[in-house]
Design a protein around this ligand. Structure first.
Ligand code: FMN
Length: 364
């Protein structure tokens, strides 16, 4: 039912200002009649971070910032939904307009700046669904005006551990001034030490909560060495590679919109994000799994992400241009790959091409 309905409303959504289109999409999902859940093919099942994913394709952070529709997303067929970024106190984010479509490039630029309804509201929503099942990750960030940003992360982990399947420490948004500085070695070591300590402290009542680190694709390789070294020594459970980029590839066609300040996502992000994923994979040496994100817009792109090093994937921007049919297309391509290569599990694909990808010329 969703397919034909979506085809009807897509032209309307495209005609709306991007943030209005997003708000309308959320409302439609929220008030849609209850859907029968999609049952996934067993060949798509993946175990990672101690969790059983029915399929490895997740909704990336930023779509459902305030946890309004995680269960609808799961019923639509996502293997997991990451809500957030959530900040401790509510904050409005940057002035509008702050989301831009690069139509010709199938890209998006956003400078939302962590608009969030805040932890209290979101926690109440998530607490109300704790028995609903399904994998719902919670992506956390610091308030723009926080006097101690690390304390914001610690507080959010303490509060959300009990309702989150996993928690993502997001230090890679380009739209909160200074946030990405938390990726620098000394700051990151302190942050992860305190975050993991908070997780351990609440574990007796909250249960085990995997902690993932989401990084920017704009790190230098020397910075990536440090980040992976610290993530390993502080024993995070995984990394998400990665967030939006400040780079504007020379191939962009919508050169006017490309001048907007903010993070670029979607199709033009794919080469850089996939290269950084492979670079991360070879440094992690299988110690923990990676979630590959950035520019996945087809079954082939999804497969390339696995082969570059992903154990799981997430997407967002391509849904704007391709619609929800993309999810089914990706799952079909993954099942076909399992059959073609006679794999026991998609896990066997992860990183198969990582070394080759890191040997290519740097993507532009
Ligand atoms: C409008 C928009 C809002 C986003 N908000 C967040 C966010 O709050 N937290 C976060 O970690 N990533 C956020 N992202 C980044 C996505 O989660 C993802 O990492 C990035 O868009 C690359 O994937 P894609 O090319 O499939 O969109 C946002 C992306 C977009 C387009």
């Amino acid at each position: 039912m969703i397919g034909p309905l979506e085809r009807l409303v897509r032209p309307l959504l495209r005609a709306l200002e991007p943030e209005d289109a997003h708000a309308l999409t959320l409302r439609m999902l929220k008030f849609a009649p209850p859907l029968g859940a999609v049952r996934d093919d067993r060949r798509l099942a993946i175990r990672a971070f101690g969790l059983n994913f029915p399929n490895p394709v997740g909704m990336a952070a930023g779509f459902d910032k305030n946890a309004e529709v995680p269960d609808v997303l799961l019923r639509l067929g996502f293997g997991f939904a990451e809500v957030g970024t959530i900040t401790p106190r509510p904050q409005p984010g940057n002035p509008r307009p702050r989301v831009f479509r690069l139509q010709a490039d199938e890209g998006v630029i956003n400078r939302l700046g962590f608009n969030s309804q805040g932890a209290d509201v979101v926690l109440r929503r998530l607490a109300a669904r704790t028995n609903a099942g399904g994998i719902v990750g919670v992506n956390v960030g610091a308030n723009k005006d926080a006097p101690d940003r690390v304390a914001d992360y610690v507080r959010l982990i303490e509060r959300f551990a009990a309702v989150a399947s996993y928690v993502t420490v997001n230090i890679s948004s380009p739209n909160t001034p200074g946030l990405r500085a938390l990726q620098q070695a000394a700051a990151l070591d302190d942050l992860l030490a305190r975050v993991v300590d908070a997780r351990e402290r609440v574990a007796p009542h909250a249960g085990p909560t995997p902690v993932l680190l989401k990084i920017a694709p704009d790190l230098s390789l020397a910075e990536l060495d440090d980040v992976v070294g610290i993530a390993r020594s502080r024993r995070v459970d995984g990394m998400i590679v990665g967030n939006t980029t400040l780079v504007r590839p020379p191939s962009l066609r919508d050169t006017n919109t490309a001048k907007e300040v903010g993070g670029l996502s979607g199709h033009p992000l794919f080469p850089l994000a996939t290269r950084m994923l492979a670079e991360t994979y070879v440094r992690v040496e299988g110690v923990f799994p990676l979630i590959g994100v950035g520019g996945i817009d087809s079954g082939a792109a999804a497969l390339a992400k696995f082969r570059a090093g992903a154990g799981l994937i997430q997407l967002y921007s391509a849904l704007v241009f391709r619609g929800l049919g993309l999810l089914g297309e990706i799952k079909a391509a993954l099942i076909a790959a399992v059959d073609r290569d006679r794999l026991d599990s998609l896990n066997e694909l992860a990183g198969a091409d990582a070394a080759a990808v890191t040997a290519e010329p740097w993507p532009r």
